[in-house]
Design a protein around this ligand. Structure first.
Ligand SMILES: [Zn+2]
Length: 527
């Protein structure tokens, strides 16, 4: 296969079809929502053979498009999975000002359908679902890049991080308060993609990589995510280096940006499922975070995102059976415990490329990195790399959780996550467990919530329930996710996001009870 430098691809392909707004502007501007829609229309008019659907509607009324692309074009999820090809979901622009994922996704759709070999051939071997402008409202809230994306090298005008309700969509996967999240969860449930790719731009350290990446980080993640971390991503890293001469690495920030303290290490972000990639990992599917480097220019960031997605697709296309079987194993595995809280795991010593910085002096802004100025000098330093989390607290997984009828909003949220919830049709009593609350901590305001942390323990208690109670069995595909969300001591569950506030009292039992043996009673599945 010829080693085409990326610029060759960027400038050869548009001759065959429409250019994106970014390409037309020479990478000084990014597409509005209307320009994304017009670009997708033009692809269809030119015979790209893709199907464009409506994911949902944003709070400000914008229709969020999704695109199905495959060769031959599949008519739905069943046909997609029957084909044996990996089904890959690519999402751009979840944070409105982080625009290169959107641009790369549009270019890729064009090049896969109307472009030239070798990229074009990839579409014979994967089924793609692309949501180029997931946060349509944030994308169109254009303002000076210096305000909306401080530290990001272009474009001059970019959108803002939250959606039209002011919510950060990449903190919304547990509580699902945004219509975008609910709509996307529905699509993901229908299509059940093998691999989820979420495209962002960094906010942090000065380093030597055009792009950094992470697998699902929640330690409840399955062997599928271990495979992403240990096989897929390192292989993609070496291919990107060989084919495009671009350096990419595990996502992280330096523990200390001072050149004399770089040896302290490089640390990844957060294992909680409020982040989409971690949430998908907990659903037993392969998931990848992509973070183009904000201090690289816009054209370079688009090219890095494009090349990264191409090489991930190429890897997936070559290993469909492995990917399918690992995802299937994740669906079938029945762990006997759920990890409720995590801590950083032991580091691995690796070489990391740092861009040296110096104090920015007066007016350096706030935060650990804005106070320092890059020097254009790089140094490769061996240091501890903290790229994973391990269990800090576990609970045995019970047979089922039982919820009183007044907690219908919780039942609704669980169903939105794809978790099966049943309703009790007859009374039942038997041995169970209740969670006695020892203490409760209220956190500062975050995303419109004062999130809650509780301490306490389960203890045996006779349980009596009436018709109308909700039953959540853990013997289901998303049983571990269900347990994680319902356990009161979870670091990112329903208690965290205030769904049980009115029923939590120190020294008393929480309203959720659990049973060790499967419920022998008449129930109906909620639709
Ligand atoms: Zn982001």
């Amino acid at each position: 296969m010829p080693r085409l430098p990326l610029l060759g691809l960027l400038f050869a392909a548009p001759l065959a079809a429409q250019q994106t707004a970014a390409e037309r502007s020479g990478f000084t501007a990014t597409s509005s929502h209307a320009e994304v829609v017009a670009f997708l229309d033009s692809l269809q008019r030119l015979g790209a053979g893709v199907r464009v659907g409506r994911l949902g509607t944003s709070p400000e009324g914008r229709i969020i498009p999704y695109v199905i692309a495959s060769r031959p074009l599949v008519d739905g999820p069943a046909e997609a999975h029957r084909s044996g090809k990996p089904v890959v979901y690519v999402q751009g622009n979840i944070h409105g000002g982080e625009v290169e994922g959107k641009e790369a996704a549009l270019m890729l759709l064009r090049d896969l359908t109307l472009g030239a070999a070798p990229v074009r051939g990839l579409l014979d071997s994967v089924v793609l679902i692309v949501v180029p402008v997931y946060n349509a409202d944030g994308n169109d809230a254009f303002g000076p890049g210096t305000r909306n994306r401080p530290g990001q090298l272009g474009p001059d005008s970019a959108g803002r991080r939250p959606n039209g309700q002011g919510l950060d969509l990449n903190r919304d996967y547990v509580k699902q308060e945004a219509p975008e999240t609910r709509a996307s969860a529905r699509l993901l449930e229908q299509w059940d993609p093998d691999l989820f790719l979420d495209l962002h731009t960094t906010n942090g350290s000065y380093h030597g990589y055009v792009l950094t990446y992470a697998p699902g980080l929640n330690p409840n993640s399955s062997p599928a995510n271990d495979y992403v971390r240990d096989r897929l991503l390192p292989e993609v890293r070496s291919r990107v280096r060989a084919r495009y001469r671009q350096e990419i690495f595990s996502y992280g920030n330096f523990r200390n940006a001072d050149p004399d303290s770089l040896h302290l290490g490089w640390e990844t972000y957060d294992p909680r499922p409020r982040f989409g990639v971690n949430w998908m990992g907990m659903r037993g599917r392969m998931a990848i975070l992509s973070e183009a480097y904000s201090h690289a220019d816009f054209r370079t960031r688009v090219s890095a995102s494009y090349n990264f997605v191409v090489e991930v697709l190429r890897f997936a296309a070559a290993e469909p059976a492995t990917i399918r079987s690992l995802n299937l194993a994740a669906t079938r595995q029945r762990p006997d415990s759920v990890i409720l809280r995590s801590e950083l795991g032991p580091p691995v010593r690796m070489e990391v490329i740092a861009e040296l910085t110096e104090p920015a002096g007066q007016g350096g802004g706030s935060g650990p990195f804005t106070r320092r100025r890059p020097t254009g000098r790089f140094r490769t330093v061996e240091m501890p790399v903290f790229d994973r989390f391990v269990a800090a607290r576990k609970e045995a997984i019970p047979a089922a959780y039982l919820l009183p009828p007044q907690h219908a909003p919780i039942a609704d949220l669980l169903r939105s996550q794809g978790i099966e919830v049943r309703r009790l049709l007859s009374p039942w009593q038997g041995a169970g467990e209740a969670f006695r609350l020892d203490s409760l901590t209220v956190q500062p305001l975050f995303e419109g919530h004062r999130t809650i942390g509780v301490e306490g323990a389960w203890r045996p208690r006779p349980v009596t329930v009436r018709p109308g109670w909700f039953v959540v069995s853990t013997d289901q595909r998303l049983g571990v996710l269900a347990a994680y969300l319902l356990e009161p001591a979870s670091e990112d569950g329903l208690v965290t996001w205030n769904l049980l506030d009115r029923d939590l009292r120190r020294g008393q039992d929480a309203p959720i009870v659990r049973i060790r043996q499967p419920l022998r009673a008449s129930t109906e599945l909620l639709p």
